[in-house]
Design a protein around this ligand. Structure first.
Ligand code: F6R
Ligand code: MG
Ligand code: MG
Length: 378
């Protein structure tokens, strides 16, 4: 059967700051989806990651379906009502428009969706991240699909030797979706050249070159696209179909051991290590660290098994300890140098305003020389 899996996530309010939605909020969204999705959905699953709620939905309506997007929007509206009643922080904060207009893209919530012919043993991973940005998946996806140091299948499985097609989005472009398609293995240096810049270039999808089947979709959108002002980090979601022609679950998870530094954490304006966290984890130290969770599923005729919480394993406790150490290290230098993001990525305007004021106080010293000559002010 041709199946669509849609993930739509939003932050519509949390307890105690931007930490975790209340149980009542989550249950309300869950119940709304079950009740109103009866005719539209085959199955659904809901998880929270930090302050975000992610809806995982299976159906046969294809990607960008108005009714599915409206259902998710309305479920988040129902959650917002509860958030307001409970006095939660940031109630409705990701619902940036007053009325739904056909598709959640550009309206605040993040989404990623894929349509495919269901395999008899369909397996996939459902990633959710908080206090970071869509480019946070760039390095782990690159390593899982390109580097035999993580993906042994590139050497061992003839099906995978043909490589993959990466579709990469320039999220700085605001007039539409600006995309480039690049193939592995021949374009891997070009791909690396783009993906080193997590703020601008984001993996949107990856397909197998063996059969053109889709493996990966990421919510590659930048909220700065919505209007003129920067609205914060986008806390991205991703789906990865695994096994067979694709990397295995373990190969896709392997790069998360690195806990690479990403943008996000406190006020969306710092650098922190991406910590693999258990499902439904909260946010804590320095409004971070940036976290990523992952649930593995099998799906048959659109029905999900129970999730396997992939980062709930003793191995990842050691990884989390390493991430905590890396977080403490970069926090030791507070606002200095690479610990805080460049002006263009700061989520708050304070530094920019200060710079405008201070700029007027600068003077050029009269007797200072330029290239051995007196300067113009002299
Ligand atoms: C970052 C984030 C938090 C908030 C911080 C201040 O993405 O959500 O770090 O930026 O807690 O929040 P406000 O400005 O809402 O008081
Ligand atoms: Mg938030
Ligand atoms: Mg969030």
């Amino acid at each position: 059967m041709k199946l669509t899996i849609s993930v739509i996530k939003a932050d519509v309010g949390s307890i105690g700051g931007h930490l975790r939605p209340s149980v009542k909020l989550k249950t309300t969204v869950e119940n709304y989806l079950r009740e109103h999705g009866k005719k539209l959905l085959i199955d659904s699953f809901i998880s929270t990651t930090g302050d975000d709620i992610a809806l995982l939905m299976s159906h046969e309506r294809g990607v960008n379906d108005n009714k599915i997007h409206e259902l998710a929007w309305d479920a988040f509206m129902a959650g917002t009502k509860v958030a307001k009643e409970q006095g939660l922080y940031g109630a409705g904060q990701d619902l940036l428009k007053d009325a739904f207009s056909g598709n959640v893209r550009g309206m605040g919530p993040a989404s990623c969706e894929m349509e495919f012919e269901e395999r008899p043993n369909e397996a996939f991973l459902f990633f959710t991240a908080d206090k970071t940005e869509p480019g946070a998946y760039n390095l782990p996806l690159y390593l899982a699909f390109v580097d035999p140091m993580h993906c042994a299948g590139l050497l061992l499985s003839p099906k995978m030797a043909k490589g993959f097609t990466f579709t990469i989005m320039d999220v700085d472009y605001t007039e539409g979706d600006r995309l480039i398609e690049l193939n592995t293995p021949e374009n891997i240096y070009d791909i690396a050249c783009l993906l080193r810049d997590n703020q601008r270039f984001v993996v949107e999808s990856i397909r197998s070159r063996a059969n053109d089947n889709i493996s990966v979709v990421v919510s590659a959108e930048h909220l700065r696209k919505v209007g003129d002002t920067y609205k914060g980090k986008d806390d991205p979601v991703a789906l990865v179909r695994t096994q067979g022609n694709f990397p295995s679950a373990g190969e896709v998870l392997s790069p998360y051991r690195i806990t690479h530094y990403v943008a996000g954490t406190m006020r969306g304006s710092h650098i922190g290590p991406l910590m693999p966290a258990k499902q439904n984890s909260t946010i804590s130290f320095f409004d971070g660290p940036p976290i990523v969770s992952c649930a593995a599923f099998s799906v048959h005729e659109g029905r999900f098994t129970e999730p396997v919480d992939t980062f709930d394993h003793p191995f990842w406790d050691w990884v989390r300890n390493n991430a905590a150490q890396k977080m403490a290290e970069i926090r030791n230098q507070g606002f200095s140098g690479p610990a805080m993001l460049p002006y263009s990525e700061l989520e708050y305007g304070g530094v920019g305003e200060k710079m405008n004021q201070l700029d007027k106080q600068f003077i050029v010293r009269k007797d200072s020389a330029v290239n051995g000559k007196k300067n113009k002010a002299a």
